[in-house]
Write a protein that binds this ligand. Structure first.
Ligand code: GDP
Ligand code: MG
Length: 162
């Protein structure tokens, strides 16, 4: 089954979107360590297409370096296994260094990458979201994973590749 991977730095809202897609709350807390613990798979469907969704990132780490390395691992696995990648960023923080690092990795793949600018909950944030077009992803979508606004349009475009 084709995999849609949601990647991005912590707190941008990846799990919120994942839970919205999978339709049930799943706990991210367990005792395993490493990359496996930090990945969660679920199954979903949209527009008649079935797919698996992977949510990445528990990332409970001490050192900033290991933390960033863990995120890079997740992005590499996503590039490897996913059919389509949703790269999530957060309008409330603007573009960060870590966002730029992830973007550099994702520009190297030929797989479709959708930049999902999350937490666009209102009109002001719609305007602020324009900043993210500078990252150069032709598929850039504003959404609010909490209200669901924009998530349908994003999925319509994503499942075109499934
Ligand atoms: P993750 O670390 O990327 O998986 O992020 P989470 O899904 O755990 O969300 C981090 C925080 O952002 C939580 O407090 C969410 O409720 C909040 N959040 C997620 N999506 C949105 C959104 O669209 N709008 C707003 N305002 N908050 C959001
Ligand atoms: Mg999460």
């Amino acid at each position: 089954m084709d995999i849609i991977a949601i990647v991005g730095r912590p707190n941008v809202g990846k799990s919120t979107l994942y839970n919205r897609l999978i339709g049930e709350k799943q706990s991210i807390v367990d005792d395993q360590s490493g990359v496996t613990r930090d990945r969660q798979y679920g199954q979903s469907h949209w527009n008649g297409k079935e797919f698996a969704v992977v949510d990445t990132g528990g990332f409970v780490r001490n050192s900033e370096d290991v933390f960033e390395a863990a995120i890079r691992d997740q992005v590499e696995i996503a590039i490897d296994e996913a059919k389509v990648i949703i790269f999530m960023v957060d309008v409330s923080t603007g573009v960060t260094d870590l966002d730029q690092q992830i973007a550099r990795m994702l520009r190297k793949t030929n797989k479709p990458v959708f930049l999902a600018v999350n937490k666009v909950d209102n009109q002001t944030r719609q305007l602020e979201a324009a900043e993210f077009w500078s990252m150069g992803f032709t598929e850039t979508h504003n959404l609010s994973s909490v209200t669901g606004s924009g998530t349908g349009d994003l999925l319509d475009a994503v499942v075109e590749h499934i």
